[in-house]
Ligand binder design. Sequence first.
Ligand code: SF4
Length: 111
Amino acid sequence: MTSIDLLGPVVYRDRACHGVDQDVFFPNGSEPKDIRRAQEICGRCPRLAECAAWAAPLVRSGALTDCVVATVKAPAAHSNSDRRRRRDAAADQLEAVAAYAATAAQAKGAA
Ligand code: SF4
């Protein structure tokens, strides 16, 4: 297991959330403007692919909840009976973000 598996994106000093108040990523409730603020920060992060790949299994398992990570809103831990489906949907989104961001980074490097 590498340090990124244990610590996640905090190991990256160039991450866009470095130095940003972490409350931004744990918005109270589901106010669209608060969620968008966090998503905009993630959207310009050079570590988006790594972060999304790290977060996907954690969101799927329910270990990471009620936050915005890698542009995706992870559902609340106490959401109702369809919480498994919502976690899976968020994890699927994170996997798609990881794949897209990795491809975009490769294309940028090749340009
Ligand atoms: S994608 Fe978002 S949460 Fe992940 S390291 Fe970047 S800014 Fe932080």
